[in-house]
Design a protein. Sequence first.
Length: 563
Amino acid sequence: MSFFMGLFMGTIVGLLIIVAFVRCENARSKSRSQLAATIAAFARMTVEDSRKLLPPPYYPSWVVFSNRQKMNWLNSHLTKLWPFIDQAASELIRESVEPLLEQYRPIILSSLKFSKFTLGTVAPQFTGVAIIEDESEGVTMELEMNWDGNPSIILDIKTRLGVSLPVQVKDIGFTGVFRLIFKPLVPEFPGFGAVSFSLRKKKKLDLTLKVIGGDISAIPGLSDAIEGTIRDAIEDSIMWPVRKIIPILPGDYSDLELKPVGMLEVKLVQAKELTNKDLIGKSDPFAVLYVRPTRDRTKTSKTINNQLNPIWNEHFEFIVEDKSTQHLVVRIYDDEGLQAAELIGCAQVQLKDLEPGKVKDVWLKLVKDLEVQRDAKNRGQVHVELLYCPFGAENGDANPFAASMTSLEKVLKTGEDGNQEVENSTSLAPKRREVIVRGVLSVTVISADDLPAADLMGKSDPYVILTMKKSQTKNKTRVVNECLNPVWNQTFDFLVEDGLHDMLMLEVWDHDTFGKDYMGRCILTLTRVILEGEYRESFPLDGAKTGTVSLFLKWSPQHVYRD
């Protein structure tokens, strides 16, 4: 009996073990399948996807997902081909860069040309390649390149005093990303009609200048002037969006050439909480702005002396050639007089984020370096107002924004006779500078929320002073006693003579029996209300830890005339 009982129990236990083992294996298989699916999903993730999953405070700034593939095979072949590439490339570079050297030639020189140009015996090394996915009808490839070259480059320099100086360019160290565009794609071998190439990103460019048989430092400022000229020539000859087109098959490839596509209107409004660079007093900030950093396209603001919260209210215009890749760079410097200006901080805005015809008002955080985003130090913020206006289609079609154009847009885009103008890079910019907009600005101060306490009892007695910057016309709301969330609902009208260049300044004060305490301010340009006609919005108070002011603004144009 015990034998059968043991056999029965053993069978039951065995079956239970088998069932448990099968269930365990099924669970492990399901877990492996889920893990494989998760890993596959991570493999498809982009940097943008990862930033959506992790909030900014927890996203390491050093994390970079590279999609570039190694190119050891190309480097080995390039070393063999380099002597022949050197001969062809040297002549091509010389012909394209030499005219630009003359264009950017420093005023102290009468002539600046190459007397010798070869790229040397050291071939560049390609460290990675990536295929760029975009919506264009072509194939775009980017090659990352390092080059510590030994070129033989001699500049024949003549000063205005008649002195000739042979200057050698040596010890070139270069790191950058070249872009190749195979476009258009055609049903003929090799499958594309032309190749366009450009320097997409210039990460590093180091070089040394030496006068053959002399010391270049003997002439003050000459070395910096020549080096700046070389950098400008490179920027203007091959730096993206400039591109060189090499036809492979016969055809018209003029559509691949660089063309202006729009105008970027930038209003440099103000900055706040700038880092003080002076030991005595405060910094004297000014701004440098550019879309392409060539000498003739870089704009510089006026200097505001002894101020860490400067107000500029300056307007600039920039030609845009490729909205999808270009960006606006703003660099804030401290003016040091005769010494070189010291960088306070810089910021940039991607133009692809701008909606055509719509004003974008942004505060940009200043950083030390645009390439290295690991700057935790507070360097201040800069306030800019942006408006991107695309040029009209070349086929003469009507402006796509014409159906919803406001009065200001019609003025900016319409000629004296009232007919729609054909927009282009030569006619649009000058007409904008001539436009003056006059009208009445109605400002309704609705309310404020979460104002800081200014009294000992934890309350405030707030009121608002409104000032038009150019005319210094002022109005004041009533005082609301013992309230951190006051409601005013008061409307004030201002006659504005030049709406595109004026500003509205609002200051919130706490009323006291024996004086007043400053609580904060906000500064508004009039561009948006002129374009939209009216709008309502809450604005944060600068200079206050908390608090917003709710406003309703309305624009009533009187007449528009040309200066």
